[in-house]
Write a protein that binds this ligand. Structure first.
Ligand SMILES: Cc1cc2nc3c(=O)[nH]c(=O)nc-3n(C[C@H](O)[C@H](O)[C@H](O)COP(=O)(O)OP(=O)(O)OC[C@H]3O[C@@H](n4cnc5c(N)ncnc54)[C@H](O)[C@@H]3O)c2cc1C
Length: 379
């Protein structure tokens, strides 16, 4: 009987799980190690755009994702009083989906062709002379594997071993997120632009909405002691409906800094590589971090299937994934700067620009991200 090569995936997020689906278990034994005590996700929404849905179709999960998520066709940009600055209706061969992260995870976990090992936090890595990798975990367990994929997110420990480029960069604003059951129904997504502050709303399904809010860190000083909800109501309480209601009715609010890294190459070394946020974390302004993790999973699996597990496959994967990631990370950073403007003149100019840009041009701008089809790449 043929002995299968062993691949360790560190991290059971969107990247690690999607990669296992894309690679399959015919030629490789995949084990996914997750530091949390169970595989799952916290309560927030995630937009899955057409450029990632084409991968979901390839791995047979598209229908389940379409039925678990909400679809939206229209996107409005408003000011904090609710005045519409622009709208667009992006067109694509796939819909735009917004799904609860827990549901997306549940779909990715069902029938996954991999061994799942929760409660395994990577502590160290060592390459052996013959190219294998000795992995040690904080629970005292260890494994010797033929290949390793670091899908361990923004603060990746595997990245520290391969690239060692320090901590991610904080871009000067904080992001809060929540999911809420509401009585209103919009059927569209919206982004509201204030001064150093923004709010986004996306419909999930069955009256559930996801929202996110940002505020420049320099605007939030002198606010302690104050609970998260009180702070958000202080910052957004007089914004247009239903923003205050959304915040008020949300049970669990998550908070993150706006972080990314300079997009640089060199994330593969020998029989190890990085995937998803570990390789190319981005600020969330384009909603493409998870989508790129899905695209990268597909490319990595296809290069391994074509070139076999090893440096050639990993280098090819990196050279195909890097240009796309570099562009998304850079453009998302710029978009965040425009969204977080504070000078009254710049804010007025930005809002005028939104009003002046015809919706056909706005559609063209987002289409650059949505219409990318990683499944058409020549591997
Ligand atoms: C506010 C916000 C909104 C966003 N909105 C969107 C959106 O709408 N659409 C979109 O596509 N993207 C969005 N993103 C980005 C998206 O969440 C990430 O890009 C995506 O989760 C990356 O997936 P990942 O699997 O690479 O990393 P993660 O989701 O971070 O998963 C990494 C996993 O590795 C585990 N891990 C970490 N260290 C270790 C270790 N030492 N040992 C073992 N396991 C470990 C972690 O517990 C985690 O489960 C958003 C991000 C933020 C912050």
């Amino acid at each position: 009987m043929k002995t299968k090569k062993k691949i360790a995936v560190i991290g059971g997020g969107i990247a690690g799980l999607t990669f296992a689906h894309c690679l399959g278990s015919d030629d490789y034994d995949i084990e996914i190690f997750e530091r949390k005590s169970s595989f799952g996700e916290a309560g927030a929404a995630i937009s899955v755009f057409p450029n990632a849905l084409c991968v979901m179709e390839e791995i047979g999960l598209l229908d389940r994702i379409l039925s678990a998520g909400g679809h939206f066709q229209r996107v409005y940009i408003r000011n904090s009083k609710g005045k519409k600055l622009s709208h667009s209706t992006p067109k694509s061969d796939y819909p735009i989906i917004c799904i609860h992260r827990a549901d997306l995870h549940g779909i990715l976990l069902t029938g996954i062709p991999a061994t799942l090992s929760p409660g395994f936090e990577l502590s160290s890595l060592q390459e052996t002379k013959d190219g294998q990798i000795q992995i040690r975990f904080t629970n005292g367990e260890s494994r010797l594997v033929d290949g390793l994929v670091g899908a361990d997110g923004l603060h990746s420990r595997v990245r520290r071993h391969i690239v060692n480029d320090g901590a991610p960069l904080h871009r000067g604003y904080t992001i809060w997120r929540g999911v809420v059951d509401t009585t209103f129904a919009t059927g569209y997504a919206s982004e509201t632009m204030g001064i150093g502050q923004r709010v986004g709303i996306v419909p999930i399904k069955d009256g559930k909405y996801g929202w996110w809010a940002t505020c420049n860190d320099s605007f939030q000083q002198n606010c302690d002691p104050e609970g998260t909800k009180e702070k958000l109501l202080r910052l957004f309480g007089d914004w247009h409906d239903p923003i205050p209601e959304l915040i008020r009715n949300t049970a669990t609010i998550l908070k993150n800094g706006a972080l990314d890294r300079l997009p640089i190459r060199g994330w593969s070394k020998g029989n190890m590589t990085l995937l998803g946020d570990a390789a190319h974390p981005t600020t969330p302004n384009l909603g493409q971090g998870g989508c790129m993790a899905i695209e990268g999973s597909y490319v990595l699996a296809k290069t391994i299937l074509k070139y076999k597990l090893g440096p050639q496959a990993f280098q090819r994967y990196e050279s195909l994934q890097f240009p796309r990631a570099k562009r998304v990370v850079s453009e998302s950073l710029q978009l965040g700067k425009i969204g977080q403007l504070t000078h009254p003149f710049s804010v007025a100019l930005r809002n005028l620009a939104f009003q002046a840009v015809p919706s056909s041009m706005a559609i063209k701008m987002v289409d650059r991200y949505f219409s990318y089809r990683v499944t058409n790449l020549s591997i």
